[in-house]
Design a protein around this ligand. Structure first.
Ligand code: NAP
Length: 329
């Protein structure tokens, strides 16, 4: 039986299960390419697409299927580039089966890495970590790199690249278990649990005694404010994500950053991975090289069952994931 997941209503504040609808649809037998979904990526940015707002990507429409990066197996194909049994990744509907024209699908090789890794460390989150650091962070040996969302898909790769480049790496995450984990598994030098820390500015000061040269921001809000209080001269601040405000109905006001940016001659720059498609191949080859040599490790939280996709998405906002949150269909 085929199924799809629709946006039932636009979330106000935190997303909830009532915002999604799962329905049975007809099996797909014919089409240029017939795909069977294997792994679905759930990502924080999908929350932005649930708002009725113009952005860098089209908003989802109420009553229509949601979409994200999906790994699928080709079940049938009359397309010359794809044959039965191939594995592909692409921006696909949240459906168990679907037909496709083949446009923008990319073949992936399960003999190089497990299929799900193509949604994380060898997919958009790994690319985001690598490319944002290379384009904006430009790490120098001996510098201090601070990263928030440090136990997540992007943040855990950011920290490890920092170690590969010879930096002191400090991570911010939402539980003691995550802080222990990033130090033990990924060799972070120190960590701060933002949920149990009252004064983040002071905690960052203590964890980064030489100040912060690069702040990789995955969360925005008050953690960004605290990081800015600790930046060094010529620091680079990468605005990669702002999950702490994705569910806000009104954007909270904060301290103004211009004074500190001027005083420190600092650079603060937004980053969108999709602006750097031309650099993907080189980045993937470096990431795969580090994976094979054991320099880079990764976590994934794999939730089983297509019907669990909405809950897996909601759980990201409670920090239930270590590394990439993925649904195994
Ligand atoms: P992720 O870090 O694997 O998962 C999100 C994590 O954010 C959660 O596990 C949770 O961990 C933390 N979090 C949730 N609510 C929070 C809050 N209110 N304050 C602080 N932390 C909170 O997600 P990801 O896919 O790697 O993405 C990380 C960030 O990068 C997101 O903001 C995402 O939108 C962004 N991103 C940007 C691009 C781009 O091109 N710019 C590409 C990919 C991702 P804790 O337990 O630590 O709270």
């Amino acid at each position: 039986m085929n199924k799809q997941i629709l946006l039932n209503s636009r979330p106000e504040g935190r997303p909830a299960l009532k915002n999604f609808q799962i329905e049975e649809i007809e099996e797909v037998k014919n089409g240029e390419i017939v795909l069977e979904s294997k792994f679905i990526s759930v990502d924080p940015y999908l929350r932005g697409r649930m708002r009725d707002e113009k952005s860098y990507i089209e908003p989802f429409k109420v009553g229509e299927p949601l979409e994200s990066m999906v790994i699928a197996e080709v079940k049938n194909s009359s397309h010359s580039d794809f044959k039965k049994g191939d594995h592909i990744m692409g921006m696909l509907d949240w459906k168990k089966q679907q037909s496709h024209s083949g446009k923008d699908l990319r073949k992936i090789d399960p003999s190089i890495a497990p299929l799900s890794a193509y949604l994380g460390v060898l997919g958009l989150t790994g690319l985001t970590a690598y490319l944002a650091l290379h384009k904006i962070g430009i790490l120098k040996k001996g510098e201090t790199l601070l990263v928030s969302g440090a136990a997540g898909a992007v943040g855990s790769v950011v920290g490890q690249i920092g170690k590969i480049k010879g930096c002191r790496v400090v991570g911010i995450a939402g539980s003691d278990e995550k802080i222990d984990h990033i130090q033990e598994k990924f060799s972070f030098d120190a960590g701060i649990n933002y949920k149990t820390t009252e004064d983040m500015t002071q905690a960052i000061k203590e964890a980064c005694p030489d100040g912060v040269d690069v702040y990789f921001d995955n969360v925005g809000g008050e953690i960004l404010d605290a990081a800015l209080q600790n930046i060094n001269k010529a620091a680079r601040i990468i605005n990669c994500g702002a999950i702490s405000i994705y569910n806000e109905t009104e954007i909270p006001k904060g301290p103004r950053p211009e004074g500190i940016l001027i005083k420190k001659s600092a650079l603060m720059q937004g980053f969108l991975v999709r602006d750097h498609v031309a650099d993907y191949q080189k980045a993937i080859s470096d990431l795969a090289g580090w994976l094979n040599s054991g320099k880079l490790k990764y976590d994934e939280t794999i939730v089983e069952g297509f019907e669990q996709t909405p809950q897996a998405f909601i759980d990201i906002f409670d920090g239930k994931n270590f590394g990439k949150m993925v649904v195994k269909v």
